[in-house]
Each structure stands twice: as structure tokens, then as C-alpha cells.
Write a protein that binds this ligand. Structure first.
Ligand SMILES: Cc1cc2nc3c(=O)[nH]c(=O)nc-3n(C[C@H](O)[C@H](O)[C@H](O)COP(=O)(O)OP(=O)(O)OC[C@H]3O[C@@H](n4cnc5c(N)ncnc54)[C@H](O)[C@@H]3O)c2cc1C
Length: 433
């Protein structure tokens, strides 16, 4: 058996690159353009913003440093999860009933947008909307899930509590005590979805450029000037949709989020026997284990599992091994199975687990902070950003209540978060038994 820890370091996209829809070709920016609106970053957020701006009649220019989907959008777990990390009750406590309920309604619609775009533009991305399971391994986590299910059901959301036996039947493991089945949610091949959004945006009239990293951003006579190696764009309104791949474009973003790595590994297609035994219901699953583990199958029968990684930019091969061990704890039959693909990416955390759409300077906006739920959320954030670039007042945004996220003493926070995360990991490991 090939031991993955001896394998070379992964390609950025891992499995998804092998199974993705063909790559659309976008040329490099080599000219100067003037546009009403410009977008930096071709992930779900930037692509959705470009699509919705183009559909509303403006012709936005989108500049992507590599290719559409190069960031988290081409590498994630593909779990399309409705809602935010915060439950409705927590949003009401934080923002009051009216605004809390408005934020809940906004977030409840995230997955609807994804699946309606897939249908409208016939995006071939292995889309399934049969639900998503959040599984609980400890009584404390289960109590939280029961509360969540109650709050969502009261608001008419299509969710259901799963007892231990039913959950074990759906998952093929009795590791968990119970869970939540959220039927609003589902899964996609994430890179194909990103490429499909790119095609839809271009077909709707957006001008998309790949291999066009914005190196400088300057304010000039009431416009923004975005410079790449071989060209430039001036625009009245600009969206920074770079999320955790932010680089040095704007200093305010540096302290607004914590980029976190997340890693995944995948088997080859499973044998018919394992196919029936492991995730027989083929639903994507997340749990709140020490690694923030999530897993699923793909259309060709592979088993794919991921977990939150380090807070540092460095690759951590040991984290792949931890995820693999966890997979084999959940499904002992995987002990004999090789995980042939592995890869990772970066996502952005905010201190309150809430996303942001902020105006950094006149005409310069940024959307970030998916907190690991970006497939659905960043698609909707892109649509919202399009409205904002077209003049929607900040106060009329459903997330207007959120001030810009800002970590004071950001450079000190990072080591602190690493320490806290490690302590929590240990606690959870011990709490499990
Ligand atoms: C391993 C992993 C697993 C995940 N699993 C899930 C999941 O299962 N479900 C879920 O909901 N969420 C998941 N997420 C989170 C989700 O993938 C992200 O929230 C989402 O893709 C972010 O989209 P985005 O458009 O905001 O940013 P990104 O997709 O990260 O795009 C940012 C883009 O900006 C470009 N860029 C940066 N700087 C410049 C520049 N100067 N000029 C031009 N372009 C630039 C980058 O190249 C990049 O393509 C996961 C994330 C990771 C990393």
C-alpha cells in the first residue's frame, strides 16, 4: 500500500482538477480598460458578483491572478450548506429580533441561489440537493444540534433531527450519537461549479481575465486604478473578492480576518462492497470534531474527507495523516484502502463567525469571512456585492448590522489562536470518550 506521507506534496486542486469540467480559457489582461465596475478575484464571490452585474446591464471587468476557481473555490469540500455558523437565536441575541430574523432569512437562502444558478445556466458540476448532515459525537454537541433543529423548524426550514440508529443507517458508521439532516443543502463538484459560474458570467457579458494579478490599487481622480503586469483597468466601483488569498492589496484587510488552511484526502472509486457500506445515502457530512472534519462521496464513488488545518501558511503533512487516521476510525474498512489524492486551501475566519461586505474607502468594497461555509454563502455574497456596487445603500444590506471585522493586535492573535485551537483539540479528543 502506498503510504501517503511519503507522497510528494499535493497539487493545489488535488482530486477536483482531475474530475472537473473542462477549463474555460480566459486571456491575460494586456490592455487598458475603463469600466463602471471591476472585481479582483475569481472565486465564487467574484464570479457571482460579475455574473449578477453583467445580468443587470453593466459590463464588469474581473481580474483573477491565476484562473477562476484557483483559491478556495476550486479546492473545497463542495458541501453546499444553507445558513450561517450562528443559529437564529444567537443572531437575535446579537442584533435584536428584527435584524436577527432578517439575517437568518438572508442566510437561509444561500443554497437556493446556488442550485437555481446551476439549473438556470445548466452548470455541469455533479450537483445533488438531497441534504447535508451535521453529526454529533458528544452529548454537548448533540444538545446544540437539537436546539438548532428546533429553531430552524420553528421558522419553517426543511430540517430534521436524526437519532443514533437512523444516522448510522445513513452514514454506515455508528460513531455519532445523533445529528441534523438539513434538506435545504447538498453538494457539488466545487471546481466545476466555479468554472460553470465563470462561463455563465462571461456569457452574460462580464469581461474575465486570468493570469492577471492586480499588483497595485490606487485612487485617481474619483476612480480606482488596478494595475497588472501588462495592463490596467480604471473603475468607479471596485470589489475585492480575494477572501483568504488577500495578499497585500489593502492594509485594512490584513487585520480583518485570520486565514486558515483546510486539507482533504480522497480514495480512488470504492469497490461495490465498500460502496454500499460507506456513506450509503451519499449525503455530505460535517462534524465538530477536533479537526472540524467533513466528508462525502463523489459521483464516481470516491470517499473524500477533510479537516481544518493550521493557522500558518506552511504545509503540514502530519495533518493529512491525522485526517486519514480519523477516516479509518469512522470507517475501519478504509484501513486497507489507499488515499491517492491530497490537497489543501485557505479559508477566512472572522472573530464572530459572520461574513462581511464592507466599504473600505469610497468606491472600494470587500467581501470576506466565509468561516468555512463559502460555497453557498460566497455565491450570495457576490450577488449582494453586485447590488452594492450598483448603488444599494449600505444600510439596506441584510448584513448592514455588521461592522468591519477587525482583530486588534492581529499579529499577537495568531499565536494565541494556535494555542487555543490546540488546547480545544485536546479537550475534544478527551471529551469524546
Ligand atoms: C479545503 C477547503 C474546504 C472547504 N470546504 C467547504 C465546504 O465543503 N463547504 C463550504 O461551504 N465551504 C467550504 N470551504 C470554504 C469555501 O471554499 C470558501 O469560503 C469559498 O470558496 C471562498 O470563495 P471566495 O470567492 O470568497 O474566495 P476564493 O475562492 O478563495 O477566491 C479568491 C481569489 O482571489 C484571487 N486573488 C487573490 N489576490 C488577487 C490579486 N491581487 N489579483 C487578482 N486575483 C487575486 C485568488 O487567486 C483566488 O482565486 C472550504 C475551504 C477550503 C480551503
Amino acid at each position: 500500500m502506498n503510504d501517503m506521507s511519503e507522497a510528494p506534496m499535493p497539487s493545489p486542486f488535488g482530486l477536483w482538477n482531475q474530475t472537473a469540467a473542462p477549463r474555460p480559457s480566459f486571456s491575460e489582461l494586456q490592455d487598458h480598460f475603463s469600466a463602471e465596475t471591476a472585481i479582483v478575484g475569481g472565486g465564487y464571490c467574484g464570479l457571482s458578483a460579475a455574473l449578477h452585474l453583467a445580468e443587470s446591464g453593466t459590463q464588469p471587468v474581473l481580474l483573477e491572478a491565476e484562473e477562476p476557481g484557483f483559491g478556495a473555490s476550486g479546492r473545497n469540500g463542495g458541501q453546499v450548506i444553507a445558513g450561517l455558523k450562528l443559529d437564529p437565536g444567537e443572531m437575535i441575541t446579537k442584533f435584536g429580533r428584527e435584524r436577527g430574523e432578517a439575517l437568518h432569512r438572508f442566510s437561509a437562502g444561500t443554497a437556493d441561489l446556488v442550485f437555481s444558478l446551476i439549473e438556470r445556466f445548466q452548470i455541469q458540476c455533479e450537483a445533488h440537493r438531497d441534504g447535508w448532515i451535521q453529526a454529533a459525537y458528544s452529548p454537548k454537541v448533540l444538545a446544540g444540534i437539537e436546539r438548532r433543529a428546533g429553531e430552524l423548524s420553528e421558522r419553517g426550514e426543511n430540517v430534521e433531527l436524526l437519532g443514533k440508529g437512523r444516522l448510522a443507517d445513513l452514514l454506515g458508521t455508528d460513531f455519532y450519537r445523533g445529528g441534523l439532516l438539513d434538506r435545504r443543502s447538498g453538494m457539488v463538484q466545487p471546481f466545476s461549479y466555479a468554472r460553470g459560474l465563470a462561463r455563465a458570467a462571461a456569457a452574460s457579458g462580464a469581461m474575465l481575465f486570468g493570469n492577471s494579478r492586480v499588483r497595485r490599487l490606487t485612487r485617481e481622480e474619483g476612480h480606482w486604478r488596478l494595475e497588472t503586469a501588462k495592463g490596467s483597468v480604471t473603475a468607479k466601483e471596485v470589489l475585492l473578492a480575494t477572501n483568504a488569498y488577500l495578499g497585500d492589496l489593502h492594509p485594512a484587510l490584513k487585520t480583518a480576518m485570520i486565514p486558515v488552511a483546510s486539507y482533504q484526502i480522497a480514495t480512488d472509486p470504492l469497490s461495490p462492497e465498500l460502496d454500499r457500506a460507506i456513506l450509503p445515502a451519499r449525503l455530505p457530512v460535517s462534524d465538530l470534531m477536533q479537526l472540524g472534519v467533513y466528508f462525502r462521496r463523489d459521483d464516481e464513488g470516491r470517499f473524500i474527507i477533510g479537516g481544518r488545518g493550521s493557522f500558518t501558511e506552511r504545509e503540514r503533512p502530519d495533518l493529512f495523516d491525522r485526517i486519514r487516521r480519523h477516516a479509518r476510525t469512522l470507517f475501519p474498512a478504509l484501513r486497507a484502502i489507499n488515499f491517492s489524492a491530497r490537497w489543501g486551501g485557505k479559508l477566512a475566519l472572522t472573530f464572530d463567525h459572520l461574513p462581511r461586505l464592507v466599504t473600505l474607502e469610497p468606491g472600494l468594497h470587500a467581501a470576506y469571512g466565509c468561516n468555512g461555509r463559502g460555497v453557498a454563502l460566497q455565491t450570495l455574497m457576490g450577488k449582494l456585492a453586485a447590488d452594492r456596487l450598483r448603488g444599494l445603500r449600505h444600510d439596506d444590506l441584510p448584513i448592514a448590522t455588521l461592522p468591519p471585522a477587525h482583530y486588534p493586535f492581529h499579529s499577537l492573535r495568531l499565536p494565541a489562536m494556535i494555542a487555543i485551537s490546540n488546547i480545544r483539540s485536546l479537550r475534544r479528543i478527551f471529551a469524546r470518550d
